[in-house]
Every structure is written in C-alpha cells, then in structure tokens.
Design a protein around this ligand. Sequence first.
Ligand code: GRF
Length: 201
Amino acid sequence: MFASGRGSNFEAVLKGIKSGKIAAEIVCVISDHARPPVFDIARKNRIPTHWVNRKQFSDAADYVGFLLNLLASYEVDLILLAGYLKLIPAPVVERFRYSIINIHPALLPNFGGKGFYGERVHRAVIESGVKVTGVTIHFVDEHYDRGAVIVQEQVPVLEGDTPETLAPRVLTVEHRLLPEVVGAYCAGRINVINGKVVWEK
Ligand code: GRF
C-alpha cells in the first residue's frame, strides 16, 4: 500500500483481510512522508513501513530502481494507492500495468488531477453546484487520476453541505467499496479487455 494520510482506507482493507473477505496480505506500507498517521496503524499490525521520497535520491533512475527493488523484495502483486499524493514513476506503472489501483473521492474525470486531493476535492465539488459526487476506484496509468475505471458510486451533495459534512458521507462509501474491489481483484474477478474493465460475475 502507498499512503500518506490518516489511513482509514488502509484500515478498511486490513479489516477485510482479517475477516477473510479478501484473500491477500498487506506486505508493506510506503509513504513519501516520514511519519504519516497510517504508519502507526501499520506498525500496530506488525506491517513494515518505508519512507521513500524522490528527494532522497540524486537522480530519478536511482529512485525508480530503489522502488522497483523494494517492491520486488516483497513480491508485490498489487499496489494500492490510498491517500498517496505523488505521481507513480512511469517505469513502475509500466512494470505494474493494471496492478496499481487508486481510490479518489469524486466522480472522475471531474474533480481530479494534480492538486485535487483531500478537502480541496469536496470544496470544488460544492462550489461547482453539482448535486452528485461520489467515489471512483481506477487502475493507475502515467497521469494523475486517470486510467481505466473499475467502479464508481454516486453520493448526493446536499443543500448546505460543507467539505466537513460531505467528506464523511463520501468516506463511508470508500470504506465499503475499496475492500470489495480489492477482494474481487484478488479473486481474479476484475479483467481488462481493450483498456476497459470487465467484471466477472
Ligand atoms: C481518501 O479520501 C481517498 O479517496 C483519497 O485520499 C483519502 C485517504 O484517506 N485518495 P485515508 O488516509 O485512507 O483515511
């Protein structure tokens, strides 16, 4: 898992694994931040954490090489991004094509892209006046918040909503949807045909 925030989606997936709904193991958590709250949750569950930041390396090739070696050392099959704000380097995307999944708190392609994260997403949604927002879970490509959509679910925007009232309504859906998607992926029920996601019934 790549995460840099509070780790509520990390916890939701971990719960799904512990309850036997997801046939997977979270082998490590990688963050570009030194001490994100998600690291505390990981450590409590004896899951290794790694602080990996482009700035720790003098050139991009070293950074990419380090990341690929780290992922190989854990024999990673799936990379989950949950609150990870940096772009995944292209060679890593290439190596893990259709094996990197991101969760976004809006209905992409709207309200996504560089700079659209956290509270900013919900603020932009409310300011635009749309009545529906939601959750998008998608495969990651070389661009921010793009790549084949796996699932989307709508969440209503209510009159008088603020980012503080809208965010938890969206987050509740995230916590249900992400474990479902990870479970389905690990069960081999999510396929990609001609660049489009096809769910096996
Ligand atoms: C979530 O809203 C997710 O959609 C977005 O970042 C947030 C992460 O929250 N990509 P958490 O750290 O999982 O609580």
